[in-house]
Ligand binder design. Structure first.
Ligand SMILES: CC(C)(COP(=O)(O)OP(=O)(O)OC[C@H]1O[C@@H](n2cnc3c(N)ncnc32)[C@H](O)[C@@H]1OP(=O)(O)O)[C@@H](O)C(=O)NCCC(=O)NCCSC(=O)c1cc(O)c2ccccc2c1O
Length: 401
């Protein structure tokens, strides 16, 4: 259905609009502030016949396009396109064509169903859940009495849950979070720390959180950290290796490792932290990428804590929301991701990590190329020829520029 200017609009109103749109365009090009005159929004209605003033059809089309575009900016609500729905959380124009076609992201509360691991075992240190009827998995570190600090067993369970979410083709986005509102994760459990790592049920120590970091980084689905309260030490590194971070207003971010004795400043409070540890792997390199080397050095050398808004400004988190909205907002981000092409997202995640991950990054990206190539007729010809014990005929496949 074409939208045309209603014949009810007088030529005068139209002329005022045309002048205003030209002024606006000029100001916009010069990046100047433009005083927008008081004009009533021109209603756009379908009509079969159009005749306004002395304007040619071409001129009218140009005016119509400009008015539509300006109306989108100036009168987002109520919409000229009354049938369109709005995506409230999006920073983009509420009425762009994507939103007109796809509509709102659902704000319905999510229903979680407990999930078991691949061998049907119950988890102890984590909760693992999947959203009913949607492709979202949620993995929650469940040690709130220790601010969700992890031991080797916690990490083993996290690895199993992430493996399951990776293998489950109905899952397209994974949330990592911590139980309660006081902490996302406070890093390695210091009570389990030994001279060779962390140990709980074994006689030797491990630093197996490093395996989990690599797993998250290579997982071909987006992993979103949902952070309430503290994300510190190894817990801070965990949120950094996730693809996105949504933070509640009460979130606090920091590295504690280099601290020899006391006092790190946050909002003029002094915290007493004393752990003596560092993550010179992803914990350093990814941080430097995210917030720049100077800020990364500040974060590690001074061991300060940063609030959610400071973290957002630094580029550590994607969004800050009210604590009570944290889960729904995170779920909405997942739902928005889930509307998009899984293969595009898979390759993009790999591509965005490739340079930083060196050979391993290229290997992952290369693997994605092979994965896509296997779906082509050209690749299939090779396989068929082998199976049929004949020479492959690649002549029919174009050598594209
Ligand atoms: C996180 C805090 C700032 C919270 O302070 P708050 O005042 O809210 O709470 P409490 O301090 O009273 O804590 C409540 C309760 O939890 C226990 N707890 C908290 N964190 C841990 C922890 N990491 N380990 C063990 N226990 C913890 C605390 O003792 C209290 O217990 P009670 O029995 O007394 O009630 C604050 O708690 C804090 O600063 N925590 C320490 C955070 C920290 O320094 N983490 C870094 C550890 S090192 C690390 O994470 C790490 C792990 C690895 O596997 C690595 C591998 C390779 C390289 C580097 C690694 C690495 O650095």
């Amino acid at each position: 259905m074409r939208l045309l200017l209603s014949s009810a609009d007088t030529g005068e109103e139209l002329i005022r609009w045309q002048r205003a749109t030209s002024d606006y365009r000029r100001c916009h090009q010069r990046k100047e502030f433009c005083n927008w005159p008081k004009l009533r929004p021109l209603p756009l209605r379908p009509i079969s016949y159009l005749m306004v003033g002395d304007y040619s059809m071409k001129e009218l089309k140009t005016i119509e396009r400009r008015i539509a575009s300006l109306n989108n900016h100036l009168f987002p609500k109520p919409s000229l396109f009354s049938e369109c729905r709005q995506l409230s959380s999006s920073p983009a124009s509420a009425e762009d064509s994507y939103r007109r076609i796809h509509g709102e992201v659902s704000e319905e509360p999510v229903v979680w169903r407990p999930a078991l691991d691949e061998s049907g075992k119950e988890f102890t240190d984590i909760h693992y859940e999947k959203a009913v009827g949607e492709g979202i998995a949620k993995i929650t570190i469940n040690r709130p009495e220790r601010r969700n600090a992890f031991g080797p067993h916690t990490i083993k369970e996290l690895i199993r849950a992430f493996n399951d979410a990776r293998d489950d083709s109905s899952i397209g986005a994974i949330i990592l979070t911590g139980k309660g509102t006081k902490a996302f994760c406070s890093g390695g459990d210091q009570a389990l720390r030994t001279s060779d790592g962390y140990t709980d049920f074994e006689s030797f120590g491990r630093l197996n959180v490093l395996d989990l970091q690599v797993q998250i980084r290579r997982l071909p689905k987006p992993v979103i950290a949902m952070v309430a309260g503290y994300a510190v030490g190894g817990g801070h590194v965990l949120h950094m290796v996730c693809d996105l971070t949504i933070a509640a207003e009460n979130a606090i971010f920091g590295q504690t490792g280099a601290k020899a004795k006391v006092s790190s400043y946050f909002a003029s409070d002094i915290f007493h932290v004393q752990v003596g540890s560092f993550d010179a792997g992803y914990g350093s390199s990814i941080m430097s990428r995210l917030i720049g080397p100077k800020k990364a050095k500040e974060m590690w050398f001074l061991s300060r804590f940063y609030n959610a808004y400071e973290a957002e400004k630094m580029g550590l988190v994607n969004a800050v929301v009210k604590l009570e909205n944290l889960e729904l907002e995170t779920v909405k981000w997942c739902r928005e991701i889930l509307r998009n092409s899984p293969t595009a997202i898979r390759v993009l995640k790999s591509a965005l990590n490739a340079v930083d991950d060196g050979h391993a990054g290229l290997q992952d990206l290369g693997g994605n190329a092979t994965y896509i190539f296997y779906g082509t007729e050209e690749a299939n010809e090779g396989k068929r020829a082998f199976m049929e014990r004949r020479c492959p005929d690649y002549s029919k496949f174009p050598r594209r520029p």
